[in-house]
Design a protein around this ligand. Structure first.
Ligand code: OSB
Ligand code: MG
Length: 368
């Protein structure tokens, strides 16, 4: 790859409605948009998905920016790269900081796909022409949540995920079940429980949830194995799976029956694909997680979710789920409960430069 330079833009946009978990509410989203340009004028896009504060993982927009600017971009400039497959190893002198790494690595994947004139999904071995849409309700107010779910079902979403916590989990889920008895429903706890809550979690078994996501500690795989042996509902791990080896160990221990793959959390598309391949050959279904992201990250998720092991609808909704106007064109749309996998080169979406400019609060260029 003959890279000419990298541009980083920090963008900031209000969400249409706050998104709430037991850890707090997100009302405004900051992110880092990465553009890697080569000497033939191709530009690859990536998005850094760390939040403004370290509530979901330890990274933030500012730590990602620092790691990109002062470490990852200089490593890339000094060493060069011939294929994005090499990026994770190339960046291995920097520990963790997976969201920063993924921001740059995904831009390299988009660039490589554009150089080859292929859709990104094709380049990574995707087999699906369209993926199932899924949506997340982050609203602890039950009547409002019920209304929101009704609206999403009318829009054609196939699967709904809700956020739960020990405060009102049984009542919250039972009311949703009463109103939507056949809805494919799942619950995400974002580590709100401990092993002492086994009884509470067992009580949810009767609701036939597709799965419960990350009930216990955000870095735990041992207690989750104990819990899984005591509840019927399949456990899905999110926060705990940060590396390929985490996935391997969790599967070996029986800590989960499903894995949520997020490109940012695992350090890039290459690692996300490795985890997918391992899960696929071990009979563990996977789905693509969401990060309340803008269209660039969503587009990378769409390419990822076109791989054959993504058999469960993920947290992939349209641009209008969170944004009045996204930073990409065309915007991502849900049609007949599905999102089309683009057949255009790369991620298949262009930056909407006018919109990007409106929401950019800081930008910087790095010449190679
Ligand atoms: O992108 C979405 O639609 C929301 C997905 C979601 O639940 C989420 C959003 C931000 C941080 C963590 C999570 C999660 O899956 O735990
Ligand atoms: Mg989650």
């Amino acid at each position: 790859m003959d890279i000419k330079g990298v541009k980083l833009s920090i963008v900031k946009m209000q969400l249409k409605h706050p998104f709430t978990t037991h850890l707090g509410s997100v009302t405004e989203r900051e992110a880092i948009i990465v553009e890697v340009e080569d000497r033939n004028g191709f530009i690859g896009y990536g998005e850094g998905v760390a939040f403004s504060s370290p509530w979901y993982t330890e990274e933030t927009v500012q730590t990602s920016y620092h790691v990109l600017k002062d470490f990852l971009i200089p490593i890339l400039r000094k060493n060069g790269i011939s294929h994005p497959d090499e990026a994770f190893l190339l960046f291995s002198s920097v520990r963790r900081n997976h969201m920063a790494k993924a921001a740059l690595e995904t831009a390299l994947w988009d660039l490589q796909a554009k150089i080859e004139g292929l859709p990104l999904s094709t380049l990574i071995g995707g087999t699906m022409e369209a993926i199932h849409a899924g949506v997340v309700v982050g609203n602890p107010n039950l009547p409002e949540a019920l209304k929101q779910i009704e609206g999403y079902l009318e829009q054609g979403f196939k699967r709904v995920k809700v956020k739960i916590s020990p405060e009102d989990d049984f009542q919250y889920i039972s009311e949703i079940r009463k109103q939507f008895p056949d809805l494919p429903l799942m619950a995400d706890a974002n580590s709100a429980y401990s092993l002492e809550d086994v009884g509470r979690l067992e009580a949810l078994d009767e609701f036939g949830l597709l799965m419960i996501e990350q009930p216990l500690g955000y870095d735990d795989i041992v207690d989750h194995a104990k819990l899984q042996s005591q509840i019927e509902t399949p456990i899905c791990l999110d926060e705990s799976i940060v590396t390929f080896d985490d996935a391997r160990k969790a599967i070996e221990l029986g800590s989960c029956k499903v894995i949520n793959i997020k490109i940012g959390r695992v350090g890039g598309l290459g690692e996300a694909k490795r985890i997918h391949d391992y899960c696929h050959s071990n009979g563990i279904p996977v789905w693509a997680g969401g990060m309340i992201e803008f269209g660039i990250s969503r587009a990378h998720n769409i390419a990822l979710a076109s791989l054959p092991g993504f058999t469960i609808p993920g947290d992939i909704s349209g641009s209008d789920r969170y944004w009045e106007q996204d930073i990409i064109k065309p915007e991502i749309v849900v049609e007949n409960r599905m999102i089309n996998v683009p057949d255009r080169p790369g991620i298949g979406f262009e930056l909407n430069r006018k919109r990007l400019k409106e929401v950019t609060v800081f930008e910087e260029r790095f010449k190679f």
